[in-house]
Design a binder for this molecule. Structure first.
Ligand code: FE2
Ligand code: FE2
Length: 194
């Protein structure tokens, strides 16, 4: 088990991958997309952000607090997640046929992009300077384990939303499904070995 943990991607790379996945999905949301596609894209973004925020709060931020307790970016990170959760709830309650749907998604993404910039320019480089590669991989393995628990019940819905949301773009489809396929593969492997 220890060797497997060492082979895991690092937690910092996983966090960067999650951020890229949300941004790639957001870039598919065009003004003239069908409401069905807009809803699928927004659902993909909302679910991915919720899972990502939980993983950071349970695994990455506690680790970062051990060496970065008074870092302002870390101190405001959970309140910023909570503000995103508030916008996610508002977005989910708004039909994709409504003009306000796009405005809410843009507001959410403005907050996300600021938050992600802080994490990628402050918290992740700090963690990579302070923690060993093995420790970063161990935390990565912990994150994968917890992600499987969180994704498990939603795996089918996540795959459908990704397929519908990326239906107009083959290049983006390839990029967008990577996360879903990786999660599904891991789930299948886990089921076979259980
Ligand atoms: Fe975050
Ligand atoms: Fe993040």
């Amino acid at each position: 088990m220890f060797a497997l943990k060492k082979l895991s991607p690092t937690i910092t790379d996983m966090i960067r991958f999650d951020h890229s996945h949300v941004l790639v999905t957001f870039h598919q949301y065009t003004i003239d997309a069908k409401p069905k596609v807009k809803k699928a894209l927004a659902d993909t973004i909302c679910n991915a952000l919720e899972i990502h925020a939980t993983l950071e709060e349970e695994i990455f931020y506690p680790a970062a607090r051990t060496f970065d307790a008074n870092e302002p970016v870390l101190l405001k990170s959970v309140p910023e997640h909570n503000e995103m959760r508030r916008l996610i709830a508002e977005l989910r309650a708004t039909p994709a046929t409504d003009l306000h749907h796009g405005q809410l998604l843009h507001q959410l993404m403005r907050e996300v992009i600021h938050h992600v910039a802080d994490e990628e320019t402050v918290l992740l480089p700090h963690a990579e300077r302070v923690l060993s590669k093995d420790r970063l991989s161990e935390l990565g393995a912990d994150m994968t384990k917890r992600r499987l628990e969180l994704v498990g019940p939603k795996a089918g819905k996540l795959a459908i939303d990704t397929a519908v949301g990326f239906s107009g773009s083959t290049t983006a489809l390839v990029l967008g499904i990577v996360g879903t396929v990786a999660a599904a593969t891991l789930l299948t492997r886990k089921a076979k070995t259980a």
